[in-house]
Write a protein that binds this ligand. Structure first.
Ligand SMILES: *[C@@H]1O[C@H](CO)[C@@H](O)[C@H](O)[C@H]1NC(C)=O
Ligand SMILES: *[C@@H]1O[C@H](CO)[C@@H](O)[C@H](O)[C@H]1NC(C)=O
Ligand SMILES: *[C@@H]1O[C@H](CO)[C@@H](O)[C@H](O)[C@H]1NC(C)=O
Ligand SMILES: *[C@@H]1O[C@H](CO)[C@@H](O)[C@H](O)[C@H]1NC(C)=O
Length: 293
């Protein structure tokens, strides 16, 4: 091997190793780097040097946390393990929200259930204050047994909700047919709270407090997001559509054919409610429903 080539390959090996180490380090960072506890401080416990957070809920309080920054695009994720056993009425949420009057919000809501009955995962999309876009999917695994990744892709073209790597919901930028699309800076939030007025069997199945405290566990506190820039109380996210962010590049403008197949299979097999198909509620389906694929 001649000398320059040897240097090159050594350099390359170092770069690769460095990349592996860097990505491992950044995917495994402490909660405090990007997040703050927002409520229920005494119901939050940190372990493994802040790499895992436990929220608990009893009949006195639940708890929640949120990102320090607001973002204008990204591929957001958390790994979550849901409360075990009888969790009817208990809701674990992971969402992005703008906290504005005309809010933009992208929600994952895990609806607990009586022991042995499946968890339902509800998703919703708010844009410019308009929500009422619930979809519900049964999970095809036991979300209380282990951590799973839940992800939200948000760029100018597409919003996708993923469970592990399976797309379960797609919301396209349909502004060209008059559907508003989330465009405001959003914070990442997660919480564990009492939803027994609505979450399980339409609110008929209540929390059994003899099983409290309920506990949800979170990991994965690195953030793949474009932070908004604040100028005199005005927060700017125009730079967040730049293709220098990988989640804005062409590969993320639509599902690839494998994702599309997985998406269709999950919808067919596990989706048990879609506002788009709820005729009593929407005699005429909202316009975005005609272009979900
Ligand atoms: C909360 O639960 C505890 C333990 O089960 C019980 O002793 C207490 O009375 C409950 N408090 C309220 C306000 O329901
Ligand atoms: C987060 O907590 C830090 C201190 O722990 C505080 O300085 C900061 O203002 C908090 N940020 C938000 C957005 O609440
Ligand atoms: C939606 O797409 C249009 C182009 O069709 C683009 O001009 C607009 O910026 C996008 N909206 C958002 C909020 O990303
Ligand atoms: C609540 O859980 C306790 C303990 O498992 C059980 O004895 C009781 O019947 C449950 N209550 C309801 C309303 O299911």
């Amino acid at each position: 091997m001649d000398f320059p080539l040897m240097i090159m390959s050594t350099l390359l090996a170092f770069l690769l190793l460095g990349g592996v180490l860097a990505s491992k380090a950044s995917s495994d960072i402490s909660f405090n780097v990007n997040y703050n506890v927002t409520w229920g401080y005494d119901h939050v416990m940190s372990s493994n040097q802040g790499r895992e957070i436990q929220l608990s809920m009893d009949n006195y309080s639940g708890a929640g946390f949120g990102s320090k920054l607001s973002y204008g695009s990204g591929f957001f994720h958390l790994r979550i393990k849901q409360p075990e056993k009888d969790s009817a009425g208990v809701v674990t949420a992971f969402y992005l929200t703008s906290h504005t009057h005309n809010r933009d919000e992208l929600d994952f809501e895990f609806l607990g259930n009586r022991e042995g009955k499946p968890y339902t995962l509800q998703t919703n999309v708010f844009s410019n204050g308009q929500g009422n876009r619930e979809q519900r999917t049964l999970l095809w695994f036991d979300p209380t047994a282990d951590f799973h990744s839940y992800k939200i892709l948000w760029n100018h073209h597409l919003i996708v909700f993923f469970v592990d790597n399976i797309p379960i919901r797609v919301f396209k930028n349909n502004t060209n047919i008059g559907v508003s699309y989330p465009s405001q800076p959003m914070q990442i939030e997660a919480s564990l709270w009492n939803g027994d007025s609505w979450a399980t069997d339409g609110g008929n199945t209540k929390i059994n407090w003899s099983h409290a405290p309920f506990k949800a566990y979170f990991q994965g506190f690195n953030v793949n997001g474009c932070p908004s820039i604040n100028h005199n109380y005005y927060s700017n996210i125009q730079h967040c559509s730049s293709s220098k962010y990988w989640w804005n590049t062409r590969n993320y403008w639509k599902l690839d054919s494998n994702q599309q197949r997985a998406y269709e299979a999950v919808r067919t097999k596990y989706m048990n409610y879609d506002y788009c198909g709820d005729r009593p509620r929407y005699p005429t389906p909202p316009p975005e429903c005609l272009s979900q694929w």
